[in-house]
Design a protein around this ligand. Sequence first.
Ligand SMILES: Nc1ncnc2c1ncn2[C@@H]1O[C@H](COP(=O)(O)OP(=O)(O)OP(=O)(O)O)[C@@H](O)[C@H]1O
Ligand SMILES: [Mg+2]
Length: 269
Amino acid sequence: MSQPTDLKLQAVRKLFYPGTANEVVALDGVDLEVPVGQFVSIIGSNGSGKSTLLNTVAGMYPVSSGKVLLGGVDVTRQREYQRSRAIGRVFQDPTAGTAPSMTIEENLAISFMRERRSGLRLGVTNRRRASMRAHLEPLKMGLEHRLKAQVNKLSGGQRQAMSLLMATESEPSILLLDEHTAALDPKVAATIMDLTAKMVSERGLTTLMVTHNMELALRYGDRLIMMHAGRIVLDLDQAQKQELQVSDLIEKFHEVAGEAFAVDRLLLD
Ligand SMILES: Nc1ncnc2c1ncn2[C@@H]1O[C@H](COP(=O)(O)OP(=O)(O)OP(=O)(O)O)[C@@H](O)[C@H]1O
Ligand SMILES: [Mg+2]
């Protein structure tokens, strides 16, 4: 009847500096089930736990309590590298997803190598180059003509497009995007968002996308989650989301969180 679940969080709590005066409850009992292929947008105020949620899925640090299941497998005790094959990530910082001093083709060779386990050969053959061009062409950024260019010579948008390509190349079970367009100017951000939506739908990728931009959260994805103080305070499906505008979302936040917050950051990107 229902879709198989790709990601399941059960009563996840994450405390930093537990038992000290600096204790932070970053996640305070998060339950979340994401079916295969669902695209979830996540919004929430600063410090509400959005990045911690993504880091928890990726296994960057152990949870304090609760369970994390990926594709039905309990990965709660798995380290980050043990689940890295199942996870693709793109961060806010365009320099984070690629090796800056290496060329486009060297970067792609690494990500292709990871995927196909084709042995530790960094050599780039002509056949591989043709395949790389075929992957780069749909990005519509002309990168297919610049295989020998160093990545640190590319613009932020081009680098994020590369990061997206590399994060999705291994067909991960889940794609984690943490404000991946926030550091780009609005026009480039829109291009990267369209590219993201295209990749996600073409490959049917299960995706969690954190954004500060409510407009984006409403427009993209087929589910919208709002976090506050380490909890999921609002969870809207596609139909509910379609009915809403940014002003409704702000009002909803006030209802559930019982306080105002930095709305300006949520509107600007
Ligand atoms: N590695 C860490 N060490 C200590 N505290 C942390 C760490 N990561 C996050 N926190 C704390 O956990 C809480 C949640 O942080 P998190 O980064 O998940 O928020 P966020 O919703 O992503 O915020 P923002 O919108 O500012 O990115 C914050 O109080 C933060 O200071
Ligand atoms: Mg964050």
